[in-house]
Design a protein around this ligand. Structure first.
Ligand code: G4P
Length: 528
C-alpha cells in the first residue's frame, strides 16, 4: 500500500491567476487535453457565450452547477504525477477569494496576454500571491498573434512585479509569427505546427541547430542571440529563487494553438513543490503521515438549485482520506460522515473514494464548515487563521419586502459564511439593516443576485459614509462609539470592526488614542 509521503510526492497542487480574457479557461482546457482527461479532442470547459463582462462570468460561475464545480478544482494526470488545478476568480473584486484559494495551493501560474502585458488586475492578483508567499510560474499567452516583444515583456515583469523573470523557453519568431521555442535548459529547438484551433495536441518537432538556422532564417538568429544573452546574464530558471518568490520561471506560448502548453506542464511537474507538512496554528507542522486533516478553503452553496446543496471544498493536508470516514470539524467539534464526498476528475464530477495530501475534495452538505476550518480524524488540527481582507466598500442592505425577512436573514448568514460579502451589524439595527462590507463593488452584485435568486429576498442597497475598517476589541468599543465619524460593527463570528468615514479621520484617532486596539487588516488601502 502506498504511503501519504509517496502519494504527496506525485502531487502538484496549483492555481491559475489571470486578468479576465488572458486565456485561463483556454489553458485549463488544454491542460486537460494534455493530461488525457478530455479524450482526444479539447471540448469546452465552459460555454463562453454571455460572459463578455466579468459580472456575467461570475454570475454564471455561481449559477451553473457544472461550471462552478469545474472551476473550483480539477484533477488530471500528467507524466507520472497527479495535478490538482484550483481555479481563482479573475476579477480583482474577488481577490479575497483568490487569497483563500491560494491558501490551498502550493504555487500559481500567472497567465499574461502578450499583447496587453501586465494588466491592473494581474497586478492585484499578483500582490495577493506575494502576500501569501506563493511561488509562481509565468505563462505569456497569445504569442500566435501580434503583441509585445519577449524582451519588452520580461522588462515589464521585472519592473512592475519586482521579481526576476527567468525564461525556461524562449520564442523563435515574433508575436504573430510564432514558430517554436528554444528550451533554455536543454538548448533544444522545438518547432510547433498548427492544428485546427488547437483541438489536438500540437505536433512538435525537435530540430537541430543547423536546420533551424537554415529554415527559420533571421528569426532563428535573433532568438538564439537573445537566448544566449539571457543565459550569460544569469537569467536562467532556478528552483531555489523561484520557491523563495524571488524569481518567476517564464514560458512563452499560445493556449489556443497549444504551443508551449507541454513545456508549461513540464514546468509544473519539475518546479512546483509537492505538498509538504502543513504549518498549524500552534507553530508545529502536521506531518504528511499523520491522520487525515484538511483545510476548508471555499464554501459554495446553491450550485445545484434543485437540491440546494452546499459544498465545502477541502484541501487534504495529511493522511489518507477515505469516503465515509467520520471526521471532526475543528471549530465546532462536531462529527459528521463524509458519505457524499466528491471530486472533479477531468470534466466529470465524481464520487471520491480516496484522496491524498494536495488533493481537493468537495464535502456535500457539510453545513457546519466555514472557510479556514480544519477537519480531521483522530488527532485534532487547527490551521493558522486566514487573515481577513480590509473591506473598502460599505453598503447598507434592507429587504424590499418585509414579509421575506426570514429568508433575508438566512441568506445573509449564508453569504457571510461563504465570504461572498462580510455582513456587519450595528448595535441597534442588527439584522434589520446590516452593512455589507466588500473588497470590491462587484461582491454587492453577487450578494444581491444570490439573495434574490437563491433565497427569494430582494434587497435594496444604500450608501454609507464608511470607507475604511480596522479590527478592534470589546475594550476599545465604547471609546470608539462615543466618537464622531466612527462606528463599531460586529460580524456573526464576534469579530468587531471599527469603520471610519475617512483615512484621515482614522489616522487622527490612531494618533490621539494609541491605547485603542485598531489592527490593520490585510490589503488595507488596496493592493498595489
Ligand atoms: P479567461 O478564462 O482568462 O477569461 O480567457 P479565455 O480562455 O476565455 O480566453 C479569452 C479569449 O482569448 C477567447 O476568445 C480565447 O479563444 C482567446 N484566447 C485564449 N488563448 C489564446 C491564444 O493563445 N491565442 C489567441 N489568439 N487567442 C486566445 P473569445 O473570442 O472571447 O472566445 P472564443 O470565440 O474563442 O470562444
Amino acid at each position: 500500500m502506498t504511503t501519504p509521503w509517496e502519494e504527496a510526492a506525485r502531487r502538484r497542487t496549483f492555481a491559475i491567476i489571470s486578468h479576465p480574457d488572458a486565456g485561463k479557461t483556454t489553458l485549463t482546457e488544454k491542460f486537460l487535453l494534455y493530461g488525457g482527461a478530455l479524450g482526444k479532442e479539447a471540448g469546452t470547459v465552459k460555454a463562453r457565450e454571455g460572459r463578455r463582462s466579468a459580472t456575467s462570468d461570475w454570475m454564471e460561475l455561481e449559477q451553473q452547477r457544472g461550471i462552478s464545480i469545474t472551476s473550483t478544482a480539477l484533477q488530471f494526470p500528467y507524466r507520472d504525477c497527479v495535478l490538482n488545478l484550483l481555479d481563482t476568480p479573475g476579477h480583482r473584486d474577488f481577490s479575497e477569494d483568490t487569497y483563500r484559494v491560494l491558501a490551498a495551493a502550493d504555487a500559481a501560474i500567472m497567465v499574461i496576454d502578450a499583447a496587453k502585458g501586465i494588466e491592473p488586475q494581474t497586478l492585484k492578483l499578483f500582490e495577493v500571491c506575494r502576500e501569501r508567499e506563493i511561488p509562481f510560474l509565468t505563462f505569456i499567452n497569445k504569442f500566435d498573434r501580434p503583441g509585445q516583444g519577449p524582451l519588452e515583456l520580461l522588462d515589464q515583469i521585472e519592473e512592475t512585479l519586482v521579481v526576476e523573470p527567468t525564461p525556461v523557453t524562449w520564442p523563435v519568431g515574433i508575436p504573430g509569427d510564432f514558430r517554436g521555442v528554444i528550451h533554455q535548459g536543454t538548448g533544444e529547438y522545438t518547432r510547433f505546427e498548427r492544428t485546427s484551433r488547437g483541438s489536438t495536441i500540437a505536433p512538435e518537432e525537435v530540430i537541430d541547430i543547423e536546420r533551424a538556422a537554415r529554415e527559420e532564417g533571421e528569426s532563428w538568429d535573433t532568438a538564439l542571440e537573445e537566448a544566449q544573452l539571457l543565459t550569460e546574464l544569469g537569467r536562467v530558471a532556478d528552483r531555489k529563487t523561484f520557491l523563495a518568490c524571488e524569481s518567476t520561471p517564464v514560458f512563452f506560448g499560445s493556449a489556443l494553438t497549444n504551443f508551449g502548453v507541454r513545456f508549461l506542464l513540464d514546468g509544473v511537474v519539475d518546479l512546483v513543490p509537492s505538498p509538504a507538512p502543513r504549518p498549524l496554528a500552534d507553530g508545529s507542522r502536521r506531518s504528511l503521515d499523520d491522520p487525515f486533516a484538511g483545510l476548508v478553503f471555499k464554501v459554495q452553496a446553491g450550485m445545484d438549485k434543485a437540491h440546494r446543496d452546499r459544498i465545502a471544498f477541502v484541501r487534504v493536508c495529511s493522511g489518507r482520506f477515505e469516503r465515509g470516514m467520520i471526521v471532526t470539524s475543528g471549530r465546532s467539534g462536531r462529527q459528521f460522515s463524509t458519505k457524499y464526498a466528491q471530486t472533479m476528475f477531468g470534466q466529470d464530477r465524481e464520487t471520491v473514494e480516496l484522496a491524498w495530501p494536495g488533493d481537493v475534495i468537495g464535502l456535500v452538505n457539510a453545513n457546519d464548515l466555514r472557510v479556514g476550518d480544519a477537519v480531521y480524524v483522530d488527532r485534532p488540527a487547527e490551521f493558522p487563521p486566514l487573515p481577513a481582507f480590509a473591506p473598502e466598500y460599505f453598503m447598507r442592505a434592507r429587504v424590499k419586502d418585509t414579509s421575506k425577512f426570514k429568508q433575508f436573514r438566512n441568506g445573509i448568514a449564508q453569504l457571510d459564511e461563504e465570504g461572498t460579502v462580510q455582513v456587519l451589524r450595528e448595535r441597534d439595527l442588527g439584522d434589520q439593516a446590516p452593512i455589507f462590507a466588500a473588497v470590491g463593488p462587484m461582491q454587492f452584485e453577487v450578494a444581491s443576485h444570490r439573495l434574490a435568486n437563491e433565497f427569494g429576498a430582494e434587497i435594496e442597497l444604500t450608501a454609507t459614509p464608511y470607507t475604511i475598517a480596522r479590527r478592534t476589541d470589546t475594550a476599545s468599543t465604547d471609546v470608539l462609539r462615543a466618537m464622531q465619524g466612527v462606528e463599531v460593527l460586529e460580524r456573526a463570528d464576534g469579530t468587531r470592526l471599527a469603520v471610519f468615514e475617512s483615512r484621515y479621520w482614522m489616522d487622527r484617532v490612531l494618533r490621539d488614542y494609541p491605547e485603542l486596539t485598531l489592527e490593520r487588516l490585510i490589503a488595507e488601502g488596496g493592493l498595489a
